[in-house]
Each structure stands twice: as C-alpha cells, then as structure tokens.
Design a protein around this ligand. Structure first.
Ligand code: ADP
Ligand code: ASP
Ligand code: MG
Length: 426
C-alpha cells in the first residue's frame, strides 16, 4: 500500500485536476490511498463564511456563493451537465446553507469544523468522480468513518487504536478495486460530529493512513521541487535538499517550515515509512526523500515565522521570576493553548515569543495580569536557522533589530523587528 497526498494547489482548477489524474495513471497498478485537500484557497474562503456567520455581518451567503461558483465552474469544465456529481455537490452546499439559516448557538470552534470541513468533501467528491469518469477505478470514502478523534474542535486529537482498527477493516478490501480517495484535515468523534485536525492538517491525515495501514511509502505532491533550504516565497537563493533524516525533518517543521505539517513525520518515523516530497509540476523530478538515513551534511536551512509577539513578563514587586512563578506562567500558556516559540529570562523578567493570535493571547494576558506586569512587542518575526553559518546570520540581520537571540548546538533562533525606514536612513 502507498499513500499519496495532493494539497490545495494541486487541485485548484480543471487543468490541475487533470494533471493529478495523469500522475495517478502512472500508478494504476499500485494499491494506494489518495488524500486530497480542499481546492485552491477554498479553506480560507470557507473560514470567511464562518466568520461572517458568527459575527452576524449578513454577508455569509454572499461569501458562500463565491465558493459555490468556483466549484461549479470547475465541474462544468470537467463533466457533462447530466453527471450526478452536480447533485452530490449541491447537497454539500445545502448542508452549509441549513447551518446559515439559524442563529449561531454552538461554539465558534464547533461551527468552524462543521462548515470548513466541507471544502475537503467538495474536492474529494469531484476528484473521485473525475477519476472514474476517465476510467481510473476509484472508491470515495468518508474520512470521518475511519479517523476517530476527541472533540477538541479545530485541533482534534486522534484516537489511534480505534482509527487503526477501522482503517484495517475498511481500506485493504477497497484498495483491491482501485484507488481509495479521501479527505485530508477531517475526522469524526464517536458521536459522529465532524472535527478538523488544525490548518494544513492534510499532510498529517496522510501520515495517519500510512501509519495505520503499514504503508510502504508516502508521497506528498507540492508546487515546489522538494524541500528547499528556505521558503521560495521569501528567499531567492534556495536550493533543494535531496535527502533528510526524520529527525532533521521533525526539527525543521517544528520550527515552522511551512512545507509540511509538523505532526506528519513522527508516525512515519515510528514505522520507518519513507516520505517523498515531490513536485506535481515535475513528477519525474527526484524530490526530497525523508527516511531513517544517517545524518548527512546539511546546508543552512532558514525558517521564518511571521506575525510574532514577544511578551515580557515581570513580577510586580521586582522579586525574581523564579521556578514557582515560572511553573504558574507555563500553566497559563498551556491553559490558553499558546505555543511557546522561544523564551529567555533575566532576573526579574521572562520573555516569551508566541504567535500573535489575539484569540489566544488576550485571555492569557487577562490571567497573567493578575500577578505579573506584561509588556508586549508586536509585528515581529522569529527566524530559525539550522546548521547556521555566520555569513547567513549576518545577511538575515540586515535591516533588522534583533530583540532576542539564542544559539544551541546547530540551531540559532532570533526574534527580529524591521528597522523603520526613517531610522535606517539616519
Ligand atoms: P499544500 O497545498 O500541499 O498543502 P503548501 O502550500 O502548504 O502545500 O506547501 C507548499 C509551500 O510551502 C510552497 O509553495 C512554499 O512556498 C512553502 N514553503 C515554505 N518553506 C518551504 C521549504 N523549506 N521548502 C519548500 N517549500 C516551502
Ligand atoms: N484544507 C486545509 C487547509 O487549507 C487542510 C490542508 O490543506 O492541509 O488548512
Ligand atoms: Mg499545506
């Protein structure tokens, strides 16, 4: 068994979907589970629908119509008007419309999962129908029937034992009859409610299938030639890394490399399943191979996390920020689900870098302010460099003020702020 994952960019329009089908035809003789994300940027578009509905702006239906138009245009290009796919897709949109008809009564996170997950159902229905249409035998399955989670909406945790049992019972017989196509990102609770695994979670979904089905390999098909030494959207001089150990891949994704979801690697490492990161634009390219290979020589790899905030926490009476305070502070970070991206302490102050997400930070600040003074710096970037070289760090610091810097073995991290143009001239 093999597991393939195709992200949003690979199915963003009719030609892209045809390209995915062409890639899959090369593997016609293999047993494979194909995990597919929502098309293009439709997850963001559905998030906008949820926000409009929840905040009662009156624009939710209009925003949903945009998502509808995009999917109908794709279908009109791929299928004849009498194809039953049109009815299936219509049913999915009706599901959202029913929700939008009533006032929002449930929690935001619950509503989010019920609506945003539909993006994956739309894309997988269309891709599976297209594959069958062109003569590639394919079974569509509902990932909620096999990926069982708790009810932490928007960040559900997988119940591995049950998931493994369900998958082993259901998938291998279906895979004998052709490809099995399913949704990334979604799961189901024991009470049949829909959950999601966190943004960009489809890579993780593919790893869950690979782990539970003891796959021989997993391939994720991206719009880049493989894993690069930095994000090509931010840096010009990036090169492809041909091989990575699981360990190095875990480190890179932990620090925020956007190319793979951070939870993806561990399940693969546990079963020694090779991960290929390949380009759907150049399927013959070698891509990047992630395996248990012995540690190699690595070039400097840069990971940039934007939209960071630095919280400077100090005691009100100038007493030391000692262990008892720290354990209280950490418990509040955990309670409000703020991930500590970097930290440093002085005698009376403790500085923590976190993602600047108001919905997570504001409740944390409320609690912290009961006992501590907190000063916040915003609009910061956290730059992590693995296998750093001095000249790379110097280049990265150009035009920036470094607020915090730390070097541990082969990793350097720094929290930086752009120097405002006026200061730079002076
Ligand atoms: P998918 O649609 O499969 O989820 P993503 O858009 O999430 O794909 O991930 C691919 C993108 O990740 C690339 O287009 C690239 O801009 C970005 N990226 C960030 N860091 C890296 C890196 N180190 N190597 C390759 N791509 C990277
Ligand atoms: N569609 C989801 C998202 O955009 C999951 C994924 O693509 O990985 O976050
Ligand atoms: Mg992604």
């Amino acid at each position: 068994m093999k597991v393939f994952k195709f992200g949003g960019a690979s199915v963003k329009d009719p030609d892209s979907i045809k390209n995915v089908a062409t890639i899959l035809q090369r593997f016609a003789n293999e047993k494979a589970v194909i995990v597919v994300s929502a098309m293009g940027k439709s997850t963001n578009a559905l998030e906008n629908v949820v926000n409009a509905y929840y905040k009662k702006t009156g624009t939710a239906t209009e925003l949903l119509d945009k998502v509808k138009t995009m999917h109908y245009e794709i279908m009109q290009s791929l299928f004849k008007p009498n194809n039953e796919i049109f009815a299936h897709i219509n049913d999915l949109f009706v599901e959202i419309e029913w929700v939008l008809e009533d006032e929002p009564e449930e929690t935001y996170d619950y509503i989010y999962d019920q609506i945003v997950s539909i993006g994956e159902f739309l894309s997988t229905k269309i891709v599976a129908a297209y594959l069958n249409e062109i003569g590639v035998p394919t079974t569509w399955i509902d990932a909620r029937d096999v990926i069982l989670t708790d009810n932490t909406y928007r960040e559900a945790r997988v119940n591995w034992k049950e998931t493994e049992q369900k998958m082993l019972a259901k998938i291998p017989p279906l895979a004998n009859n052709g490809f099995v196509v399913t949704q990334g990102f979604v799961g189901g609770t024991s009470e049949n409610f829909t959950t999601t695994l966190g943004r960009e979670g489809s890579d993780f979904t593919a790893a869950i299938f690979a782990f539970c089905l003891n796959a021989k390999s997993m391939s994720i098909w991206k719009d880049v030639p493989g894993i690069l030494t930095g994000d090509p959207r931010l840096f010009k001089n990036v090169t492809k890394i041909d091989r990575l150990s699981y360990r190095e891949a875990i480190e890179m994704t932990y620090y925020g490399a956007k190319v793979i979801h951070p939870k993806t690697i561990k399940p693969l490492q546990n079963k020694n399943i090779t991960l290929y990161v390949k380009s759907f634009k150049d399927p013959d390219g070698a891509g990047t191979i992630i395996s248990s290979a012995i540690e190699d020589y690595y070039p400097p790899v840069v990971v940039v996390e934007k939209n960071q905030a630095l919280l400077h926490i100090s005691t009100r009476n100038f007493s030391f920020v000692a262990e008892d305070n720290l354990s209280h502070i950490f418990s509040l970070f955990a309670k409000h689900r703020n991930k500590v991206n970097m930290m440093q302490n002085t005698a009376i102050s403790f500085s923590v870098c976190v993602d600047n997400l108001p919905e997570r930070i504001l409740p944390l600040l409320e609690d912290l302010k009961e006992n501590f003074k907190v000063v916040i710096d915003e609009n910061l970037e956290l730059i992590t460099v693995r296998h750093y070289k001095e000249e790379v760090l110097t280049t990265l610091k150009t035009g920036k003020i470094v607020l915090l810097e730390e070097r541990i073995r082969n990793t350097t991290q720094m929290v930086v702020k752009e120097i405002p143009a006026i200061e730079r001239i002076a």
